[in-house]
Design a protein around this ligand. Structure first.
Ligand code: SIN
Length: 317
């Protein structure tokens, strides 16, 4: 049987299809719909040190080409995450991550230090180890959140501070709302990131012309869904050709062809985001479809599949 397992530096996953933060709750919400064992990993909603109420409504709007959100990191905070969500997430038959954000470098570092207590399994409690930390340095909907991802020095510093606070694998989730994503990815690598996830949402807006007003309560939001796929692919392609770091591709993935395109562009794994809202089972279906493609392409491993002459053709490698 071809193996779907993949390693991203120190991170080992049973398959490369993960679910993206902010689109899968804390997993419990999805338990009656999803076979968690089919997933390569779960990245729950971003948590911050203290609870946050998020942005004023309306916080989501469907556009003709994707979804805009301006949630504003609404979450219950680190302590509730530890008490309520970690025991559930780490009991699941898949890799579970924490996704963290902060206004200061110290907040990131303190949260990482706290979560380091789950860097090893607790068999007596039936809990796996936390698979890693995804650093949300890219939320476009809060002040003092995306700044770390728009300046190389800040990105390097925040990643390095987390790196020094935990032995957990560290993934930096980057924003596309900049001129040169390569230099931010390079900085994340220099700070000690094990991988980067590319990309968070693209800043956008929606207007109701009849009321002459923006639709979202905070005016601007982040666009996700199929509209951003070519843009996200471009980011993955650029980083994969310039920075030697594993990439998790994100952006409008909704079919196995989309998954393959991200893998060929240079991603080692992908996250499914917006599609979870209309089909929470999609990630499992895509993992099965990936198995089938590997058999068709006569590849035994993902590394082989990504290197296959057939799939690389025309990409100049
Ligand atoms: C939000 O909570 O506003 C969305 C999260 C993100 O874009 O990182």
């Amino acid at each position: 049987m071809p193996s779907l397992s993949v390693s991203l530096g120190r991170l080992q996953l049973s398959n490369p299809i993960l679910v993206a933060s902010g689109t899968f709750g804390y997993a419990r919400e999805m338990e009656e719909y999803v076979d968690f064992s089919q997933l390569g990993g779960i990245i729950p909603k971003t948590i911050t040190q203290e609870p946050r109420i998020g942005n004023p409504p309306p916080r989501t709007v469907e556009t003709s080409a994707g979804m805009l959100n301006s949630i504003g990191l609404d979450n219950d905070g680190l302590e509730v995450f530890i008490e309520k969500h970690i025991p559930y997430l780490l009991s699941l038959p898949t890799a579970a991550f924490a996704n963290i954000a902060g206004r200061e470098v110290e907040e990131f570092a303190q949260m990482a230090e706290r979560l380091d207590a789950w860097s090893t399994p607790k068999p007596e409690a039936g809990l796996n180890a936390l698979a890693g930390l995804e650093l949300n340095i890219s939320c476009p909907n809060v002040s003092g959140g995306v700044d770390f991802g728009t300046n190389p020095d800040s990105a390097r510093n925040v990643v390095a501070a987390v790196r020094n606070s935990t032995s957990l694998p560290v993934i930096a989730k980057l924003t596309p709302n900049i001129t040169n994503i390569v230099e931010i990815a390079q900085a994340a690598k220099e700070g000690g990131a094990d991988a980067v996830s590319l990309v968070n949402t693209f800043q956008g807006m929606a207007i109701n012309w009849r009321t002459r007003k923006p639709i979202l309560g905070r005016i601007l939001g982040g666009l996700s869904g199929p509209a951003i796929k070519p843009l996200a692919l471009r980011c993955v392609w650029q980083v994969s050709h310039a920075v030697d770091i594993p990439i998790i591709g994100i952006g409008g993935i909704q079919s196995i062809d989309d998954v393959m395109e991200f893998l060929v562009a240079g991603a080692s794994a992908v996250q499914i985001g917006t599609a979870n809202f209309y089909n929470p089972k999609l990630s499992g279906t895509l993992a099965e479809a990936l198995h089938q493609i590997m058999a068709e392409e006569k590849c035994n491993s993902l590394a082989e599949l990504r290197r296959c002459e057939g799939v690389r053709a025309g990409l100049g490698e």
